[in-house]
Design a protein around this ligand. Structure first.
Ligand SMILES: Cc1cc2nc3c(=O)[nH]c(=O)nc-3n(C[C@H](O)[C@H](O)[C@H](O)COP(=O)(O)OP(=O)(O)OC[C@H]3O[C@@H](n4cnc5c(N)ncnc54)[C@H](O)[C@@H]3O)c2cc1C
Length: 388
């Protein structure tokens, strides 16, 4: 077993880091305040070629694996930008996977280069208010008409819909009650976000203010046949392909935020003098920070294991879910400990750790909650009866 870090991984970290470090804490604090999409950051990442890291080379990408994407997003989230930085570019990495794997050559040529160049921005309309985590219960319906489909329905939490010009939409083309299995009858489209037929309402939220999330209402949207990805009714199986990479990327982001918070906490603990000595000399301050370091390292090891398994075409569901669970917990616990280590100043925006805590919280909830991960491990690894 070889744990040394290959040169190309260091090169990715250095290259991504050079772009990310040119956007400082003040830039991200300002976005947290005004809620504007980090356009300058998105453009800088696109210009440096990072948006296509996982896209096939023939469409302008670098054709690299989830391991490299994990390293990239870990670096992106490490320097104060947290989820605002990560979510600005995250969607590009594995979101278009159904197009890469199941799209036609014409669709790949039409869509992928524009995503890689940052000319198109895509949002994902999967979650629905009345379905929640039970994806097969979605109701947004695409009715077949000559030349295409007409869609009516509602989505919630659709991130970046304020700035995106494209949407990947999960719909039913056969009603649940008419399907043999609940996973049948679901179809994916990748199409223009036509604002004359899609109303987008921003949801005020706890963190990641710069990257909007929305309730969207779709009323009579026409989607041409040419914008259907793969076969009608097979969409559920298509989205499964990108789930494990997504979990690994979120794990890396959460760990990066936790490590960022931990660096800030230890720096403060060395500098802050109370009772004539640095607070970091007290074991009550040291030990929780040491424990947070261990949890973050353990989660990182699991993330890299999951990424290695995925890139070597081995099953990685247990590892990817475990990495996401442990990474999100470790990141959250570390950010909270960083706030507490700063005492009153932890609550002040000026020290950035309260923002990191708000930012990292989402990783415990999306794209899948802790409860559902625990249920998955209980069923698939421990062979216990399915609970949901
Ligand atoms: C900031 C943000 C951005 C997002 N971006 C997107 C996006 O771009 N596109 C998109 O499609 N979605 C997006 N989501 C949605 C996200 O994936 C969902 O919020 C998440 O999957 C949880 O679903 P839910 O909110 O409907 O929870 P619910 O399904 O309503 O669950 C509520 C709670 O009940 C628990 N629960 C439910 N059933 C069970 C059970 N059987 N056993 C134990 N516990 C259970 C859940 O774990 C959870 O804690 C985003 C969410 C957030 C917060």
């Amino acid at each position: 077993m070889d744990f040394s870090i290959p040169e190309d991984h260091t090169a990715i970290r250095d290259g991504v880091g050079a772009v990310v470090r040119s956007f400082d804490d003040e830039y991200w604090l300002a976005r947290d305040d005004d809620g504007e999409f980090p356009k300058a950051f998105h453009r800088a990442m696109a210009d440096a070629g990072w948006l296509g890291i996982t896209m096939p080379q023939e469409y302008g990408g670098a054709g690299l694996g989830v391991t490299e994407a994990v390293i990239m997003l870990h670096e992106v989230a490490s320097h104060g930008g947290a989820m605002a930085a990560a979510s600005t570019v995250h969607i590009n990495l594995f979101g278009p996977h159904p197009i890469v794997v199941f799209g036609t050559e014409d669709q790949r040529k039409r869509w992928l280069p524009r995503l890689v160049e940052g000319k198109d921005q895509c949002c994902f309309g999967f979650t629905e208010p009345d379905a929640g985590l039970n994806t097969t219960a979605i109701k947004t319906f695409a009715e077949k008409v000559p030349g295409g489909y007409v869609v009516h329905g509602q989505k919630v939490w659709t991130s970046t819909a304020q700035v995106a010009n494209k949407i990947m939409l999960l719909t039913r083309t056969t009603k649940l009650e008419d399907c043999k299995r609940p996973t049948d009858g679901i179809t994916i489209f990748y199409t223009d976000l036509d604002r004359s037929k899609i109303e987008v309402r921003r949801i005020p939220k706890m963190g990641r203010k710069a990257v909007d999330s929305n309730a969207i209402f779709i009323d009579g949207l026409f989607i041409p046949d040419a914008d259907r990805v793969g076969e009608e009714g097979k969409g559920f199986s298509y989205i499964l392909h990108s789930l494990n990479p997504e979990r690994l990327l979120v794990a890396a982001e959460a760990i990066a935020i936790g490590q960022d918070a931990l660096r800030r906490a230890t720096r403060y603990a060395r500098d802050r003098v109370v009772f004539d000595r640095p607070i970091g000399q007290n074991q009550g301050i040291q030990h929780p920070l040491a424990e947070r370091w261990m949890a973050l390292e353990a989660a990182w090891a699991m993330t890299m294991k999951g990424a290695w398994l995925y890139d070597n075409h081995r099953p990685c569901g247990a590892e990817a879910n475990t990495a996401k669970f442990l990474g999100a917990r470790a990141g959250y616990d570390s950010a909270l400990q960083a706030v507490l280590t700063h005492g009153g100043f932890g609550y002040a925006k000026e020290y950035h750790v309260e923002r990191l805590l708000r930012e990292v919280t989402i990783t415990r909830i999306a794209p899948i909650t802790e409860q559902l991960i625990l249920s998955f491990i209980a069923e698939k690894v421990l062979d216990l009866p399915k609970s949901y």
